[in-house]
Write a protein that binds this ligand. Structure first.
Ligand SMILES: O=C(O)CCC(=O)C(=O)O
Ligand SMILES: [Fe+2]
Length: 225
């Protein structure tokens, strides 16, 4: 009994995730500004110059305002992060506009999106290999399940070009993305059938020179609360 309950709680978002995958895939493939990165393992796209210089400068200042040391055992899924992190103010008009631009780009219901989170990495800081999706056998799952369920797509904007290091490394897909100011990287954490894609394992590799700033937005299977 317990087993069957568990397995259904794990798969309950699968249909929604499959449909969300398809929605974004169709939307991005029809957009000439979205470039599909040439890897088979992950559905991953990049939009160059999604953020202009003024946007980046403004967002960096906002991240500096909210960034605090990452909690070491924050809900488990953030373990391995040594960067400074913080939520940008979702009520700020500039942030609202930016979130809307990302929602429109992906073609997703804004209600599915989490508040955007900023990261600042100093030299030596990193975010070790992890999944953005929730591993449903962990304790945090019951909480996350009740507040929107599984994560589907990630949209991550690079706010500056890092002098050295700080690439986003998808080690199981043989893909390393160097941080370049203004680029928005978008990937599906699920497979086309709506199950988690373990090949999305990724890391923010250590910054070797300079500082790195990124802004991340995650989407859920159901409205995020
Ligand atoms: O900083 C990066 O390149 C990756 C950040 C990341 O994976 C995350 O915030 O989930
Ligand atoms: Fe991540």
């Amino acid at each position: 009994m317990v087993f069957s309950f568990r397995s259904s709680s794990r798969d309950e978002d699968r249909d929604a995730l499959r449909i969300i995958g398809e929605t974004v895939r169709n939307r991005l493939s029809a957009n000439p500004a979205a470039y599909r990165l040439p890897v088979d393992e992950i559905e991953i796209y990049a939009v160059s110059e999604f953020l202009d210089t003024a946007d980046c400068r403004r967002l960096i200042a906002m991240v500096d305002d909210v960034a605090r040391p990452s909690p070491t055992y924050d809900d488990n899924h953030d373990k391995g992060r040594t960067s400074y992190t913080g939520d940008v103010d979702p009520k700020n008009p500039f942030i609202r506009t930016l979130q809307k631009r990302i929602d429109d780009l992906l073609g997703l219901d804004p209600a599915l999106g989490e508040t955007m989170q900023g990261q600042r990495y100093a030299v030596g800081q990193e975010f070790r290999h992890h999944f953005d999706y929730f591993v449903t056998k962990h304790d945090y799952w019951e909480t996350e399940r009740a507040r929107g369920g599984q994560r589907s797509w990630t949209a991550m904007g690079y706010l500056n070009t890092v002098e050295e290091g700080g690439a986003t490394d998808f080690s199981k897909a043989n893909l390393t993305v160097p941080p370049e100011a203004g680029v928005l990287l978008i990937w599906n954490n699920m497979l086309p059938d709506g199950r988690p894609n373990p090949k999305t394992l990724h890391a923010g590799t250590p910054v070797l020179r300079g500082t790195k700033y990124v802004l991340t937005k995650w989407y859920r299977a159901r409205p995020w609360a």
